[in-house]
Design a protein around this ligand. Structure first.
Ligand code: FES
Length: 231
């Protein structure tokens, strides 16, 4: 039945509707001893619901769920993102043993790529297998899948293993909340029924301010978006 298919739809002037009994959790970015973003930790799990609506204007008082506030605040919901596939848009940086694909417009500012001197600097030393491992870790942690490492030998993208789920990103290092993360290949459908590429990880805006809707474009960092979760 279509209503049970795992997917997220964008509603015109309204929230996201999540179908398919998808688990919902809050996931925070954790840091290493150097204070750099280094991994993920689930800090809250919501009871399963077959269908639910998530706020995408940033104004609901029942966050993360929609409470209808968007109707009163004149929320600008326009979807401006490209429907092109990731690898049609990506710039590819070639290095020894590895390549790095990058679609900058998808950046959700999770900053894993800043670790160990920065992923672009690490590419220059990628002849060293230990450095290659760090590059792959950083790219796989990238919240939005802006960055994807590609194995040079197989020419295959290297992706983290993710179960189908919806995660609400928290960034305690910056003291802010981030986007909604669709994990494990959850479909995303526009308000007029067009399908965005289904990917292992994507991040969609929940602060209401992205210029690349429905995707997050890091604007939440500048606006200091903070989600107060309803108990
Ligand atoms: S949540 Fe990132 S720009 Fe809105």
């Amino acid at each position: 039945m279509l209503r049970d298919k795992a997917r997220v739809t964008v509603n015109m002037n309204g929230p996201y509707t999540v179908y398919g009994n998808l688990p919902l959790n809050v996931k925070e970015i954790i840091r290493n001893s150097a204070g750099e973003a280094s991994g993920w930790s689930v800090i809250r799990r919501y009871p399963n619901q077959r269908i639910y609506t998530l706020c995408r204007c940033g104004k609901s008082r029942s966050k993360p769920f929609c409470d209808g506030t968007h109707d009163k605040k004149g929320f600008d919901e326009a979807e401006t993102a490209s429907l092109k596939r990731y690898f049609e848009q990506a710039e590819i940086e070639e290095a020894l043993g590895i390549s790095l694909a990058d679609v900058q417009s998808l950046c959700a500012a999770s900053r894993f790529c800043h670790g160990a001197g920065g992923i672009w600097n690490l590419l220059e030393k990628s002849g060293d297998p230990k450095i290659r491992k760090i590059i792959v870790e950083e790219a796989c942690n990238c919240a939005s899948g802006r960055l994807v490492a590609i194995d040079k030998q197989s020419q295959k993208p290297i992706e983290p293993l993710l179960e189908k789920a919806i995660s609400l990103v928290e960034d305690p290092i910056e003291g802010i909340s981030g986007p909604i993360r669709l994990e494990g290949g959850v479909e995303l459908v526009s308000h007029d029924g067009k399908q965005y590429e289904t990917r292992n990880r994507i991040t969609i805006c929940r602060c209401g301010k992205s210029k690349n809707k429905p995707f997050c474009d890091s604007t939440h960092v500048h606006t200091r978006f903070k989600c107060k979760y309803k108990k």
